[in-house]
Design a protein around this ligand. Structure first.
Ligand SMILES: *Cc1c(COP(=O)(O)O)cnc(C)c1O
Length: 333
């Protein structure tokens, strides 16, 4: 059976979604409702004061047709952390888990074969219908999960040009590890400008020369046998793919260096033949093909190691290689 993969990433949703409401000081039972539309007060806290965060994870149809989720507990934990930092009610682990697993089971027939997958988008929003609450968190909230069959976000083999931005930050430094729409809004002016002025696909944020991450994915340099990426700080998003990549790469024999590095070091390494990759659930592992640094374009000479690491991770996801790390959680359908 060949399942359809929508041409636009994230444009088609499974018809229903689980909704978990936090009302009267407690999480309510899971409600199933249409994903086409829902009712929300125009005064809702999230619409005015940005009390919104989200997650992104994938379910895969494996080689033997079984359905698995990739490291779902990491995403649940991360959303709980985002909720805390946005003063939102923290979703209950068990209820979140149940909603996610039941959604994947219900949408199982729509999960396409490799290299496509089912992208899941848990979204937590503050719902207090009071525009006077600018200085306080939302007491009421709603967590819903969209399920969307997707192909590649970045096509393998396509150019990936990064504009190196040393002047502006992606977001406020204390908010970097929160997966929230506000941070995306904050990065948007530079991303739009980079596309317009340089034809760049993404912006690599390096405030004062400190190499951090792009607007929506983590970044790593592959210099010979060394993989260099920024150590975990509050300034950037702690990707599940970043963590998975580092473990797999270590087992492939790479030396892992989680340390700060500068644009000067990046530039010298690339000019000497180093590779670079983006990592993220949507991006998977996307090798970089060019950088724009100080207005000058620098080609990346090879993408070979990046694609080999990508294959190591996708082989586990699609059941073509043994899951030695215990990352896959099977869904009963
Ligand atoms: C989601 C996200 C990532 C990647 O995280 P994964 O858990 O690997 O999907 C990286 N950077 C930003 C800003 C993100 O929002």
């Amino acid at each position: 059976m060949v399942r359809k993969v929508p041409t636009v990433f994230g444009s088609v949703f499974h018809k229903d979604m689980p909704v978990l409401a936090f009302e009267n000081g407690a999480w309510q039972d899971i409600r199933w409702q249409s994903s086409e539309a829902f009712q929300l007060s125009p005064g809702a806290h999230s619409l005015h004061y940005g009390s919104e965060c989200f997650e992104g994870l994938k379910a895969f149809r494996q080689n033997d047709d079984s359905i698995v989720l990739f490291r779902p507990d990491a995403n649940i934990t991360r959303m709980q952390q985002s909720a805390r930092l946005l003063s939102l009610p923290v979703p209950d682990t068990d209820a979140f888990h149940r909603a996610l697993f039941e959604l994947v089971a219900r949408a199982a027939d729509e999960i396409p074969e490799a290299p496509a997958s089912l992208y899941l988008r848990p979204t937590l929003i503050g719902t207090d219908p009071v525009i006077g609450k600018a200085g306080v968190g939302s007491d009421n909230a709603m967590l819903y999960i969209l399920a969307s069959p997707v192909g590649d976000y970045f096509k393998p083999g396509a150019p990936m040009k990064l504009l190196v931005e040393t002047e502006h930050m992606r977001c406020a430094p204390h908010m970097g590890r929160v997966k929230c729409g506000g941070n995306y809004a904050s990065a948007l002016p530079w991303t739009v400008k980079a596309r317009k002025d340089y034809g760049a696909h993404q912006v690599l944020f390096c405030p004062n020369g400190d190499v951090q991450e792009t607007g929506a994915s983590n970044f790593a340099l592959i210099n010979g046998n060394e993989i260099i990426t920024k150590p975990l700080t509050d300034e950037f998003l702690h990707g599940v793919t970043r963590d998975s990549m580092l473990k797999i790469a270590a087992d492939m024999g790479y030396q892992i260096s989680e340390r700060n590095f500068t644009v000067d070091e990046l530039r010298a390494a690339i000019e000497n033949g180093a590779e670079a990759i983006l990592t993220g659930t949507a991006a998977v592992i996307s090798p970089v093909t060019a950088f724009v640094i100080d207005g000058q374009e620098i080609e990346v000479q090879s993408q070979e190691k990046g694609y080999a690491i990508r294959k190591a991770i996708t082989d586990i996801q699609y059941g073509l290689a043994e899951d030695r790390y215990g990352w896959l959680v099977k869904i009963d359908v």
